[in-house]
Write a protein that binds this ligand. Sequence first.
Ligand SMILES: Cc1cc2nc3c(=O)[nH]c(=O)nc-3n(C[C@H](O)[C@H](O)[C@H](O)COP(=O)(O)O)c2cc1C
Length: 163
Amino acid sequence: MNTLIIYASKNGSTEKAAKLLYNKIEGEKSIINIRVEEHPNLENYGTVILGGSIYAGNIQKEIQNFVEKNLDLLLTKKIGLFLCCGMEENYKKQLEQSFPKKLLNHSITNQYFGFEYNKNKMNLIEKALIKLVVKGKTNLSNILEDNIERLALDIQGDIKVDQ
Ligand SMILES: Cc1cc2nc3c(=O)[nH]c(=O)nc-3n(C[C@H](O)[C@H](O)[C@H](O)COP(=O)(O)O)c2cc1C
């Protein structure tokens, strides 16, 4: 099984989570940051795992555009999906907004990978917004390794996971 992980990250937490996932995948594998690296040739992969993070309700445009452009081909692959986002309670809703219904229905599994708030990487407006949400604590890290492990196990098994 040749596996490709494609992710987008603004402040680094999705990148951290995607790399943890990469280390848990066996066999031939590649990992691509879609915001900075060349788009991959999907023909080379049987399994594709896509993820990004949520800003004001939306996943990064680069992931949206990539999925839109390659949807037919992605629907021929084994698919896993993940998100990093601060509001776990909105995970399902934000997942549905991030990926087309066809791809969600086709996917084997999806997981919530947690979040980080890194004030050193935020601009002033972002800091002000987040201050309201997390009440002053702007350096928080909550990357969920168990969920990352779960996705790695699900995608390497053969059974579709009901969530
Ligand atoms: C300005 C800003 C807006 C955000 N908006 C949302 C949001 O609408 N919903 C949510 O669940 N999380 C939101 N978050 C939390 C991010 O999704 C979270 O910090 C994530 O880990 C960032 O990933 P990254 O470091 O890979 O960019 C927001 C964070 C920031 C800084």
